[in-house]
Design a binder for this molecule. Structure first.
Ligand SMILES: NC(=O)c1ccc[n+]([C@@H]2O[C@H](COP(=O)([O-])OP(=O)(O)OC[C@H]3O[C@@H](n4cnc5c(N)ncnc54)[C@H](O)[C@@H]3O)[C@@H](O)[C@H]2O)c1
Length: 252
């Protein structure tokens, strides 16, 4: 069991990538705190892990509030004695498809609060909990940190910030034996991309634009998260890992 004795928090744990990662970490023996703003779905994920024989609990969190994130980390350490793996994964796509001259300022700020501030709060709170025994912090970025599409400026801005914060945090936290890494997925079949699912023509055209004409699955992303969280990735630090079937590597 590669995560035996480890304690992990997964934010966005009720969602596609978060729930698949929480399950895989628990299968590896970790005590997993499934954290999300969506209480019903988060509780269901934690209950499913327990039913399958794993150890998990739910903690409500709103990552736009440092107090909420900090309380979640402190409660975890109080209950389980430590924090070894922090997966800062909660995120939103935002309204999307908005011309930059029309993006409501509130929409831009909401995306920044969740996708950027939320990651910083998670890094900071986890670092305080990990500084005496080390640990791993994994942040969810996106290939959209590196390549741009039209009318998605807030998402691009925040995901690029996640990559920048990952590098800066890895440097600052190295002396505490805390590794900080990111993942950069392409199109993964989760509720985040539901907005396109209803229109079969649009859905198929997005699917066909992928390298092998298929979406990634949350489970495929979770495998990379688990690797990065494990001691097998002990020399991996400060970088984002692409989980994109090559989407960011080639001109489309
Ligand atoms: N699905 C994709 O194609 C894709 C691609 C690249 C990156 N990502 C990133 O992966 C991460 C997970 O997304 P997903 O695809 O699993 O989508 P998802 O919508 O299934 O999961 C996102 C989760 O974040 C939670 N969340 C939203 N706001 C929150 C807040 N303020 N506090 C706490 N939790 C909050 C939601 O309730 C949800 O459970 C996101 O950061 C997303 O940007 C997704």
């Amino acid at each position: 069991m590669r995560f035996a004795g480890k304690v992990a928090i997964v934010t966005g744990g009720a969602g596609g990538i978060g729930s698949a990662s929480a399950k895989l970490l628990a299968e590896g023996g970790a005590e997993v705190v499934v954290a999300d703003i969506n209480r019903d779905a988060g509780r269901a994920v934690a209950a499913g892990i327990v039913e399958a024989g794993g150890r998990a609990s739910f903690h409500a969190v709103d990552v736009t509030s440092y107090e909420s994130v900090s309380n979640m980390v402190e409660d975890t350490v109080t209950e389980f004695g430590q924090l070894d793996i922090m997966f800062n994964n909660a995120g939103v796509f935002g309204d999307g498809q908005l011309d930059l001259m029309e993006i409501p300022i509130e929409e831009y700020q909401r995306t920044v609060h969740i996708n950027q501030d939320g990651i910083f709060y998670g890094i900071r709170a986890a670092a305080l909990a990990m500084k005496n025994r080390g640990g791993v912090i994994i942040n969810t970025a996106s290939i959209y940190a590196y390549i741009a599409d039209r009318k998605q400026l807030p998402y691009h801005a925040t995901k690029a910030a996640v990559v920048g914060m990952t590098k800066a945090a890895a440097l600052d936290l190295a002396k505490y034996n805390i590794r900080v890494v990111a993942i950069a997925p392409s199109m993964i079949d989760t509720p985040l991309i539901d907005r396109w699912r209803a229109d079969e023509r649009v859905w198929n055209s997005i699917r066909k634009s992928q390298m092998r004409q298929q979406f990634g699955t949350p489970e495929e992303v979770a495998q990379v998260v688990a690797f990065l969280a494990s001691d097998e990735a002990s020399f991996v630090n400060g970088h984002a890992f692409f989980v994109d079937d090559g989407a960011a590597a080639f001109k489309r």
